[in-house]
Design a protein around this ligand. Sequence first.
Ligand code: FAD
Length: 453
Amino acid sequence: MLRVAVIGGGPSGACAAEILAKAGIQTWIFERKLDNAKPCGGAIPLCMVAEFDLPDSIIDRKVRNMRMISPSNREVDISLDKVYGKTENEYIGMCRREVMDAFMRNRAAELGAKLVNGLVTNIETGNNRQGPYTLTYSDYSSGEATGEAKTLEVDLIVGADGANSRVAKAMDAGDYNVAIAFQERIKLPEKEMTYYEDLAEMYVGTDVSPDFYGWVFPKYDHVAVGTGTMQKNQALIKSLQVGVRERAKKRLVNGEVIKVEAHPIPEHPRPRRVVGRMALVGDAAGYVTKSSGEGIYFAAKSGRMCAEEIVQASQNGKIVPSENDLKRYLTKWDKKYGATYKVLEILQNLFYSNDGAREAFVEMCDDLDVQRLTFDSYLYKTVVAMKPLQQLKLTFKTIGSVLRGRALAPDKYTPVPSAVREDDEVNKMLEVCTIKGGIKVPANSKSQTESNT
Ligand SMILES: Cc1cc2nc3c(=O)[nH]c(=O)nc-3n(C[C@H](O)[C@H](O)[C@H](O)COP(=O)(O)OP(=O)(O)OC[C@H]3O[C@@H](n4cnc5c(N)ncnc54)[C@H](O)[C@@H]3O)c2cc1C
C-alpha cells in the first residue's frame, strides 16, 4: 500500500493531500506551524472559490476595483463594474492566509490525511534518490516548544514546503532566482479604511520598484502595503518600501504598522521538479507568475494536478508510481500554463522596465478591451481571443501610449492626494504623524527622488 508524505500545509500541500486522502491513499501532511500567517497579499481569483469549493467565510473582502497609479500619479480604475456591469457576482477575493490555509488543510485531514504539526528536518532519500524515504521531524503536537524527534518512512514525497524548500534540497532540484517581497500591515483610521473597502491599489514607478509594483491591498481590518523586486536589487527593498509609503502617505495618514514581513518569491521553475519519487508543487517548484506575482491559485492547482497523477498511476494507492509516472504531471502542467507564464514574463519585461513604459502601461489599462482581457484571464484563468478589429485598435493604442509614455514620465515623484479628506486637513494630520512604526523613513523622503525614465 502506497505511503505518501506531503511536506508543507499551505495551499499546494493542502490541495495535494485532499485529493490523495479522497482516493483512500495513506497520506501524512506535515505543517510546522498550524497558525502560520504566510507573508502574502492574499488576493485570489474568483475561479478559485468555485474550483476549490471555498466558503464565503474565508473571503474577508470582495474587491471590485483595482486602481493603477502611474509614476506621474495618473490613476486608472480597472473596474469590474465597467467590464461586467454592476453585479456582485465577480470579485477578487482578499483572504487572510492563516484562515484560508487552515481551512484547506483541515478539510484534507477530515477526509483522512493525517495532519502532523511537525517540522521536517531531514530526508534520507535511499539509493539513487529512489526511496523509500525516511523523514526526521520535530513533532510539536504536545505543545512543547522544542518538539519530539520522530521518524517516518514513506514511498513518495510531495514537496509543498514553499520557497525555502527542504525537499528541493534533498532531491537536488537546483536553484531558482527569487524576487524579494516586503510588506507592512497597517491599521488605518476608519475613513481611510472605508476607502479601501472594496478597492486595491497598484503603484508603478522606479521609486516603488525597478521591476515590479508596489501595492496597497485591503485585508480583514487593515491594509497590506508592500513592494517586490528581483534578487539583484534586493539591497534596495527598504528604500522601495519607503517609496510606496511616500506615494501613498496621504491615503495611509496616521496609520499604525502592526506587522512587518518579508519573503522570497520564486521567479521561475526549478531545473528539476521531479526526482525519483519526489515531486515539487507550488512555490517549492517555482510557479509564481511574473507581472502579477500571483501564486496562490497556481500552488493549489499544481498540488491538485500532481496528486491526481499519483492517484491514477498508483491505481488509488495499490502500487508505487515511477519517476516517469510523476513526470506526467509536469508535462500536463507545462502544456496548460507554459504560455501564461511566458506572456506575463514578456509583459513584465516590456512594461516594468522604465517610467515611460509604466506610464504607457497605466494608460493602456484605461481601455475597456484591455480591462476585459485582464479580468477574464485573471479571474477565470481563460484567455479570450480578440476580434481582429479590437486587435488592430489595441496595437495602435499600444504604440500611441508607448510614444506618449516617455513625455509623461515625471522628473520627481509626489504623493497621490487623499481620497477622503481635504488637502489642508491631511497636511495637518501629516505634521502630527505620517505612519507610526514599521521601517524608518528618512527625513529626506522619496518624494524628492529623481525619477529614472
Ligand atoms: C509579500 C507577498 C505577497 C504575495 N501576495 C500574493 C497575492 O496577493 N496573491 C497570490 O496569489 N500570491 C501572492 N503571493 C505568492 C503566494 O504567497 C505563494 O505563491 C503561495 O503562498 C504558495 O503556496 P505554497 O503552498 O506553495 O507555499 P507556502 O504558502 O509558502 O506554504 C508552505 C508551507 O510549508 C510549511 N513548511 C515549510 N517548510 C516546512 C518543513 N520543513 N516542515 C513542515 N512544514 C514546512 C510552511 O510553514 C508553510 O505553511 C505573495 C507572496 C509574498 C511573499
